[in-house]
Design a protein around this ligand. Structure first.
Ligand code: SF4
Ligand code: SF4
Ligand code: SF4
Length: 255
């Protein structure tokens, strides 16, 4: 009698979650040691793993199109689990930690020179709903038109989609002098992330007794969050990526 637990899929998931768990643990250790680049190390370890190993080697389309694809086929694959954990139910617990510590698009954008935005936020957030709908319609039409070999198309969609995200993300970062412009206006995944992270258990709070209203936290925040307001309705509250820049820069340890 074979041991069902040690089948290929379970070993894959065990390895996958162990690797990500170890990367996050290393990040927490480095953060406790006050290592400046702790977040970037986790972002590179997890982001590269997902992009290169899961995406390019295992052919798992972890972009939003992959999520739609597996949803329509009804197959419970890595991309479905990934979306459920990192982007739909996980944010109830850890907000947009995905965006700060794992996303392979932001992993590249964070290398660009505009770490904190110098201009006010633009009213372009509506574009995310268009990219969201385009991704859904694209995959749905493949199924409706009964196109053959959708799996292969999804692999190429992953490559082309990623290249397009990088190209648009880099161009926007330079145009708006803001590394995270893509995240703020274009990324379709934020359609899931934003409402769920509104209820996040993990969030940065401000100790009003210590705060001297110097506004430094707001100046360094890459996502324009008003972190001194403790209410859930704080300005750009659902944009917080838990990067800890505000915490590291607060002169009064009020965050
Ligand atoms: S908003 Fe989108 S592109 Fe930006 S970090 Fe989050 S998932 Fe990645
Ligand atoms: S940086 Fe600290 S002290 Fe200054 S406004 Fe923000 S929370 Fe208050
Ligand atoms: S700087 Fe603070 S408020 Fe802004 S995204 Fe990072 S953790 Fe969130």
């Amino acid at each position: 009698m074979g041991n069902d637990f040690f089948n290929k899929d379970n070993i894959f998931y065990l390895f996958n979650f162990s690797y990500i768990g170890l990367s996050i643990s290393l990040g927490i250790f480095l953060f406790i040691k006050k290592y400046k680049h702790a977040r970037r190390i986790v972002q590179l370890l997890v982001g590269l793993y997902m992009l290169i190993y899961l995406g390019l080697i295992c052919n798992e389309n972890m972009q939003i199109e992959g999520f739609w694809y597996y949803l329509f086929t009804g197959v419970f694959e890595a991309a479905t689990i990934h979306y459920a954990v990192a982007k739909i139910f996980g944010p109830l617990l850890f907000g947009r930690g995905w965006c700060g510590y794992a996303c392979w698009t932001a992993m590249v954008l964070d290398f660009l020179p505009y770490k904190s935005p110098s201009q006010p936020r633009k009213k372009l957030g509506w574009i995310r709903y268009i990219t969201f709908m385009v991704s859904l319609v694209f995959v749905a039409s493949l199924f409706l038109a009964k196109v053959g070999n959708i799996e292969r198309i999804m692999f190429w969609a992953f490559i082309v989609g990623n290249l397009a995200y990088y190209a648009v993300g880099i161009a926007l970062a330079f145009a708006f002098k803001d590394n995270r412009a893509f995240c703020k206006y274009i990324c379709p995944i934020t359609v899931f992330l934003k409402p769920m992270s509104y209820f996040s258990v993990l969030r940065i709070k401000c100790d009003k007794d210590k705060c001297i209203s110097c506004e430094k936290c707001k100046r360094v925040c890459p996502m324009n969050v008003d972190v001194t307001d403790n209410s859930r309705k704080r300005k750009n509250g659902t944009e917080c990526i838990l990067c800890m820049e505000c915490v590291r820069n607060c002169p009064k340890d009020a965050l």
